[in-house]
Design a protein around this ligand. Structure first.
Ligand code: PBG
Length: 330
C-alpha cells in the first residue's frame, strides 16, 4: 500500500514507458535549435586542428564550405564565423575588420554561392584584427567606447554588404546596437538581423577560443572593463533591455551552462528570441572527459543542450552543433 499522502497520485505512471515519456516531455532539442561556430583562416596551407578543441579546426575557405555542407545536411540552420587573420594585418585600431576584400567577406561570398539558404552570422568585434587582442579601439590604455562604435559600424556594414544574414556584435560597448542598426538601415540593409551578445561575461571559459584565434589580450586593458562580472544577474537584464530597445533582433547569454539562471531570467522577463553560447571551454571539458572515458560524451552533450531549451533558450551556439544534429538524426 502506498504511504503517499495522495494515494491517487503516482508521478511514476508518467515514466513507465518510452511512448508515455515522449508524449509528456516539456522541452525537446532539434537540429534547428543549433548554431555552429566555425573558424576560418587566412594563412596558406591545409586546415589546422585546434589542440584544445578536438574536432575543430581553422579552416581554409574551401574546407569551410565543405564543413558547412555537413552542418546544413544535418539540419543546422546557421553558422557563426570567426576569422584567424594574418598577424601582419593586425593593428592597434583593427582596421582590417572592414576591408571589403578581407577574409570574412570572402568566406561569406563563398558560402552564399554554395549554400544560399544557410544563415551566415558574423562576429562584430575587433579582437581578431587587434594587435592588442582587444575587442575595441584602445586610447590611452582604455577601450574608447565611441571610437570603437565608429569602427564596429564600418565592420557591420562591410559584412552586410558581403551578404551576412545576421551581424553579431560581441564587443560589449554601450550604444553599439542602435548605432549599428542606424548604419545598416542607412545603407539599405533593413533585413540584416542584429544578434546582440547582450550578457557576455568576463569568463575564463573563453581560453580555447583565444588559442584558436591567437586573440588573447596582449595589453591595452583588462576585458573586465567591458565584459560583465560573473557575480551579476540584474545587470544582465539591464544589458538585454538596452539592446532590445536599440533594435536587437536576438539576444545572447554567454557562456552557457554556468549562466543558465541568466538565460531563464532573460526569457522570462522579455520573452524575445534568446540564445545561449556554450563556449569553447565548455566544449573542451566535454571532449576531454569523453576522450578519457570518464563521461559518455554523446548523452552528456545532448542532455546539456536540452537544458538550454528547458531554461527558455530558443537556440544554442555550440561547437557540438553538427555532431549533436547528426546524433539527433532528422
Ligand atoms: C571576442 C569573442 C570571444 C568569444 C567569442 N567572441 C572571446 C573573448 O571575448 O575574448 C569566445 C567564444 C568561445 O570561447 O567559444 N569578440
Amino acid at each position: 500500500m502506498s504511504r503517499s499522502l495522495y494515494p491517487h497520485r503516482r508521478q511514476r505512471r508518467l515514466r513507465t514507458r518510452g511512448a508515455v515519456r515522449d508524449l509528456v516531455r516539456e522541452s525537446v532539442l532539434t537540429p534547428s535549435d543549433l548554431i555552429q561556430p566555425l573558424f576560418v583562416k587566412q594563412q596558406p596551407g591545409p586546415d589546422e586542428p585546434i589542440p584544445s578543441m578536438p574536432g575543430q579546426s581553422r579552416h581554409t575557405v574551401a574546407s569551410l564550405v565543405e564543413r558547412c555542407r555537413r552542418a546544413w545536411a544535418a539540419g543546422v540552420p546557421a553558422v557563426a564565423l570567426f576569422p584567424r587573420v594574418l598577424d601582419t594585418i593586425k593593428t592597434e585600431d583593427g582596421r582590417a575588420a572592414w576591408d571589403p576584400d578581407g577574409l570574412v567577406p570572402e568566406a561569406i561570398s563563398a558560402l552564399k554561392a554554395a549554400l544560399p539558404e544557410l544563415l551566415v552570422i558574423t562576429d562584430v568585434a575587433l579582437d581578431p584584427y587587434s594587435s592588442l587582442g582587444q575587442d575595441g579601439v584602445v586610447v590611452d590604455g582604455e577601450i574608447h567606447n565611441d571610437r570603437t562604435i565608429e569602427a564596429l559600424i564600418q565592420q557591420a556594414v562591410c559584412q552586410a554588404r558581403a551578404g551576412a544574414d545576421v551581424v553579431a556584435p560581441s564587443d560589449m560597448m554601450d550604444g553599439r546596437i542602435g548605432a549599428i542598426r542606424d548604419a545598416l538601415d542607412e545603407h539599405g540593409f533593413t533585413n540584416t538581423l542584429i544578434f546582440a551578445y547582450s550578457a557576455k561575461y568576463a569568463s575564463a571559459f573563453y581560453g580555447p577560443f583565444r588559442d584558436a584565434l591567437d586573440s588573447a589580450p596582449r595589453g591595452g586593458t583588462d576585458k573586465r572593463t567591458y565584459q560583465m562580472d560573473p557575480g551579476n544577474g540584474d545587470e544582465a537584464l539591464h544589458e538585454v533591455e538596452m539592446d532590445l530597445a536599440e533594435g536587437a533582433d536576438w539576444v545572447m547569454v554567454k557562456p552557457g551552462m554556468p549562466y543558465l539562471d541568466i538565460v531563464w531570467r532573460v526569457k522570462e522577463t522579455f520573452g524575445r528570441p534568446t540564445f545561449a553560447y556554450q563556449v569553447s571551454g565548455e566544449y573542451a571539458m566535454f571532449k576531454a572527459a569523453g576522450q578519457q572515458g570518464w563521461i559518455d560524451e554523446r548523452t552528456c552533450v545532448l542532455e546539456a543542450l536540452l537544458s538550454f531549451k528547458r531554461a527558455g533558450a530558443d537556440g544554442v551556439l555550440t561547437y557540438h552543433a553538427t555532431e549533436a544534429a547528426e546524433w539527433l538524426g532528422r
